[in-house]
Design a protein around this ligand. Structure first.
Ligand SMILES: *[C@@H]1O[C@H](CO)[C@@H](O)[C@H](O)[C@H]1NC(C)=O
Ligand SMILES: *[C@@H]1O[C@H](CO)[C@@H](O)[C@H](O)[C@H]1NC(C)=O
Ligand SMILES: *[C@@H]1O[C@H](CO)[C@@H](O)[C@H](O)[C@H]1NC(C)=O
Ligand SMILES: *[C@@H]1O[C@H](CO)[C@@H](O)[C@H](O)[C@H]1NC(C)=O
Length: 479
């Protein structure tokens, strides 16, 4: 780990020197800066409530797929076949570990690595594989005992706490893939789409059923790919998440406890990086749509040590800004348990949450601490212990004037429907000053972010809701 970090620094210096002479370009963390590469690399993954597979959907294979190609003399040379995309549990492929063949969870992990090997692009200082479309179903059948509690196997319990319509509510979706094609006008286009409602036909309209779609399109070789997203909830599937992620090309990305593939050829570390992205929200998805204009994920232990895959002590750390203006601040002077213990200003002044004259309550939607942290400051809310493979911590922000120094939305409505913009967010700087839990007296964790993503989490909606948005120009730039 230390050696690798050292190498990163050396490569960075070399690149900075080279670019310093030419001046214009800035060093990037992603394989495809600005989403401009003609030869696209994009993959798909679907997760159940605790970020696993559970059971595959009939005829769909393991919920991992990819669309990767090179453009040469006006034709697309695809690298992943539909047979590869349909690979499902019980079917061997090159490199598959024998123990994973008949286990749906382990099989999906290895399929992602296999698809990554087909898509991989050699680059300096590291190769990279793909952008990742992530889809998650928030239903949890608590009588199944399928999801561990803070990483520990837990017994089943009665229904009521999480949405679930009954047996099978944690199913994986149907996935239809339109492999990227080059049309006569020189436009390249492809998509992943489908529904969780097995047995329904999305060709017959979407009334009463869930739906997701990510369509990518490139009109000109000097322009960005545009990723158009659509997500619809239904009565049976009221809690759905759809994100476009730049994940680590190896190691653990946010929310995983296994080796992943992705787009971050160098892992950005706070404070020295920014995220550039164009976001156009066309339809918000209703009052429960927690639209994240940048969600970042990392992992470290409560003693500050980096994660090593031990789900009993690894803790996923997330921070995200929710830009839906209908999202209220749950943190307030009368609900201190939903606020982090303190806020740190850009000039590094700490403001405690009991300092009611100065604490920016409106800047925090919700803070929750890892449930297995031993030295929590009371009052405190603890995070849901079931919805990740291990314990988690969340710092959820809202647009507020105090974030202005970082280029983040400063008022409700910024970046929302009718306010499409290209953002340059000082994600590294802001994330260096957020409160995250650590045991007292332990050396501060390195805040290395293994995933950076955008999209929405429609959080248990009692109505069928539709969200639609496009993302383009995504880049992570070292500063
Ligand atoms: C996997 O399952 C198949 C079919 O049920 C069985 O024939 C095979 O022995 C199993 N393999 C392993 C490694 O468990
Ligand atoms: C791309 O090139 C076309 C002409 O080929 C030009 O009209 C357009 O402005 C360019 N776009 C960008 C983003 O540079
Ligand atoms: C930090 O900034 C705040 C206003 O944001 C100001 O009141 C305070 O005096 C500053 N502190 C220092 C040490 O500069
Ligand atoms: C506010 O909280 C801090 C940190 O927990 C504590 O040291 C301080 O005594 C509290 N102040 C008041 C007025 O309660």
């Amino acid at each position: 780990m230390a050696m690798e970090a050292h190498l990163h620094v050396v490569f960075l210096l070399v690149n900075v020197i080279v670019l310093g002479v030419s001046g214009a370009r800035r060093e990037t963390a992603v394989g495809d800066p600005g989403m401009r590469r003609d030869g696209l690399r994009v993959a798909f993954e679907a997760w159940n409530f605790c970020n696993e597979v559970g059971q595959e959907a009939p005829g769909m294979g393991s919920p991992r797929a990819a669309d990767c190609f090179d453009l040469s003399s006006s034709s697309l040379k695809h690298k992943v076949s539909e047979a590869d995309n349909k690979l499902g549990v019980g079917k061997p492929f090159p490199g598959l570990a024998p123990g994973a063949l008949n286990n749906t969870d382990l099989y999906a992990v290895q399929k992602e690595l296999y698809l990554g090997s087909l898509c991989q692009v050699e680059d300096t200082p590291n190769p990279w594989q793909f952008w990742m479309v992530m889809l998650k179903n928030g239903n949890y059948d608590t009588t199944s005992g399928l999801c561990p509690r803070n990483g520990k196997k837990a017994p089943p319990f009665g229904p009521g706490r999480f949405p679930c319509f009954g047996k099978g509510c944690m199913n994986q979706p149907m996935l239809f893939h339109q492999q990227t094609k080059l049309s006569d006008g020189g436009i390249m286009r492809g998509s992943f789409k489908g529904t969780y409602d097995l047995g329904s036909d999305i060709g017959n309209g979407l009334d009463g059923i869930s739906f997701y779609e990510v369509l990518w399109e490139k009109k000109d070789s000097n322009e960005s790919w545009v990723f158009s997203h659509k997500l619809k909830t239904s009565k049976k599937y009221p809690w759905l998440m759809l994100y476009l992620r730049a994940d680590a090309t190896k190691g653990f990305s946010g929310g995983y406890h296994y080796d992943t593939r992705g787009m971050l050829k160098i892992l950005p570390e706070s404070p020295n990086f920014k995220v550039r992205v164009t976001l156009d929200v066309k339809q918000g998805g209703g009052p429960k749509s927690q639209f994240y204009l940048i969600d970042i994920g990392s992992c470290w232990k409560n003693n500050g040590a980096p994660c090593d895959g031990d789900v009993l002590t690894d803790i996923t750390r997330y921070s995200e800004m929710i830009i839906n203006p209908e999202t209220p601040a749950w943190c307030s002077p009368t609900n201190l348990g939903n606020c982090p213990p303190y806020h740190i200003t850009p000039n590094d002044t700490k403001i405690y949450r009991n300092d009611t004259a100065n604490f920016p309550y409106g800047a925090y939607h919700y803070y929750c601490a890892p449930e297995n942290a031993l030295f929590l400051e009371k009052p405190v809310s603890t995070c849901d212990p079931y919805s990740n493979p291990q314990a988690q911590e969340l710092v959820q922000l809202l647009p507020h004037p105090i974030w202005a120094d970082y280029g983040y939305p400063t008022k409700q409505g910024d970046g929302w429907v009718g306010d499409a913009r290209t953002w340059e967010l000082d994600v590294g700087g802001l994330a260096s000053r957020l409160y995250f839990y650590q045991d007292p007296g332990t050396p501060p964790a390195r805040r290395v972010w293994g995933s950076i993503d955008m999209g929405t989490e429609i959080f248990v909606s009692d109505r069928d809701e539709v969200a639609e948005w496009t993302i383009s120009d995504f880049d992570v730039i070292f500063t």
